[in-house]
Design a protein around this ligand. Structure first.
Ligand code: CTP
Ligand code: CA
Length: 225
């Protein structure tokens, strides 16, 4: 049995995956969020687990069940996700930010429910860019981001790869209804730090996740040698 276990690609490797949306509260019962279902991140966590990795899954609120055999850390807000991710960062080898992190939060979160009469407009401020801040203290870790785009996929993805100091970025066309956010299937255009461009054609998120996890695992191991 030990022989079989140690034959797995990522035995002894720790992987942190984020998934789902984050929520930013206006008051105790109202918040803004996005369409992320968490499916891609959960499928990735499962794929890394199947490659023998020790997996930590930090996820915003989703309606699906976490895979067995991983450490599941549910969060709600971007700030909570940032705290959990930063807390785990030093002890992992690979980070994959598949979460659709809210970009803005209300400037003020009211402690009591706002009567509709006095809620006319909301001021927003930017949230922390979790991935970018990890990129700034990256060390020897392997950092992976996603790029959610409705247009100009390639340009924006390449820009984010550099800006956030990533090793790999997987770009998602979120303007389509057959792939990306809240879909059963996905199609990815992957760009690597070493200049490669790899297309993963439309398949179930499970299959796309297995292929992506394999690629990330191989690139991570190559980088160590
Ligand atoms: N990300 C993050 N923290 C944020 C926003 C995004 O860590 N506050 C991460 C996402 O998890 C993803 C990557 O950054 O891995 C790119 O997210 P994306 O939304 O495509 O890009 P942004 O940098 O947020 O820019 P924009 O939404 O304006 O395109
Ligand atoms: Ca964003």
């Amino acid at each position: 049995v030990e022989k079989i276990l140690s034959d797995k690609l990522l035995t002894g490797v720790k992987v942190l995956v984020t998934a789902g949306p984050t929520r930013e509260y206006i008051d105790p019962v109202r918040f803004i969020t996005n369409k992320s279902s968490g499916k891609m991140g959960f499928a990735l966590a499962q794929a890394f687990r199947d490659l023998g990795a020790e997996v930590y899954l930090v996820s915003g609120p989703v309606s699906i069940k976490p895979p067995f055999g991983i450490t599941y850390i549910p969060v709600e807000t971007t700030e909570e996700m940032a705290n959990k991710v930063e807390g785990l960062f030093e002890q992992v080898h690979i980070v994959v930010m598949a979460a659709a992190v809210a970009d803005f939060r209300p400037k003020v979160t009211y402690q009591q429910k706002l009567p509709k009469e006095n809620s006319t407009s909301i001021d927003f401020v930017k949230t922390k860019d979790i991935l970018k801040s990890l990129g700034q203290r990256k060390g020897r870790k392997f950092l992976v981001g996603f790029a959610a785009q409705t247009h100009d996929l390639e340009n924006y993805a390449r820009q984010k790869l550099i800006e956030k100091n990533l090793d790999l970025i997987a770009a998602n066309d979120v303007s389509r209804s057959d792939v990306g956010f809240d879909s059963e299937e996905n199609e990815l255009l992957v760009f690597t730090r070493d200049g490669r461009k790899i297309f993963f054609s439309r398949e179930s998120k499970k299959i796309v996740a297995q292929k992506l996890a394999q690629l990330i695992g191989e690139m991570y191991l190559n980088k160590q040698n």
